[in-house]
Design a protein around this ligand. Structure first.
Ligand SMILES: [Zn+2]
Length: 238
């Protein structure tokens, strides 16, 4: 009897395939998970299983409390402990991770993806931050767990809301994004890659291009998110 209802397993499977279809995955770099907080578990891609062999049944259910595998013969993704720490800290329903080229380039340069325009502000209320590098001890002991913890630390240090800025770059590694469900996390992974690409082009034209005023960023973010959102309604604009 598999844990993690069939609905969640189906959504996580579809989201992993959507990540691949988005062109964000090279080789097997990447994974998507989804959480069922009432059941106290999340479901994640198994480690080393090719995407074409992925099925709802071979996903792995992991306890939110203990981090242990709840069922199945397969080992969960090696990034499972990172997802666990993000679920513990942030009120999200799904997490996506990839090594998509432009977002990873910013991570390797240890630069935040800067908010340079309204497309960015529609999804992220400000820069998408980059973490500090992990210490030797953090890498040598519980590396994947510390990868999650350093993202959480970055949000605390910068006083960022995980709902306002649903993504981060791990220094020298790559992007993690999250959302209300696994597919929303994948959508943000796709958008973040586009934003990183466009930021590169913008800086190519003007290495000192300034970002938009805070009032324009807030306007764009608020019309799509929160209680006063109106984007997509008959009286709203595109
Ligand atoms: Zn990775």
């Amino acid at each position: 009897m598999s844990r993690g209802g069939s609905g969640l397993r189906e959504r996580v499977c579809q989201s992993n395939l959507a990540l691949v279809a988005s062109g964000l995955v090279t080789e097997t770099f990447g994974n998507v998970s989804g959480v069922d907080r009432a059941a106290g578990l999340f479901v994640i891609k198994p480690s080393g299983v090719p995407y074409e062999a992925l099925t709802p049944a071979n996903l792995v259910a992991v306890s939110l409390e203990t981090g242990r595998v709840l069922d199945g013969d397969l080992r969960p993704s090696s990034d499972t402990a990172t997802h666990l720490e993000l679920y513990r800290a942030f009120p999200c329903g799904g997490i996506a991770h990839s090594h998509s080229a432009y977002a990873t380039a910013f991570a390797q340069a240890r630069r935040a993806v800067p908010c340079l325009g309204t497309t960015h502000a529609d999804y992220f209320r400000g820069d998408v931050p980059v973490t500090r590098p992990l210490t030797r001890e953090e890498v040598e002991q519980e590396y994947e767990r510390h990868t999650g913890l350093v993202i959480v630390e970055t949000f605390r240090t910068l006083r960022l809301s995980a709902e306002d800025v649903p993504g981060a770059l791990v220094a020298h590694h790559g992007p993690f994004t999250w959302g209300v469900d696994p597919m929303a996390a994948v959508e943000r992974a796709r958008v973040l890659e586009y934003l990183a690409l466009v930021a590169c082009l913008t800086y190519h034209l003007d290495a000192h291009a300034p970002g938009p005023a805070a009032y324009l960023v807030d306007k764009h973010f608020r019309r799509k998110h929160g209680k006063d959102a109106y984007y997509g309604q008959p009286n709203g604009g595109a």
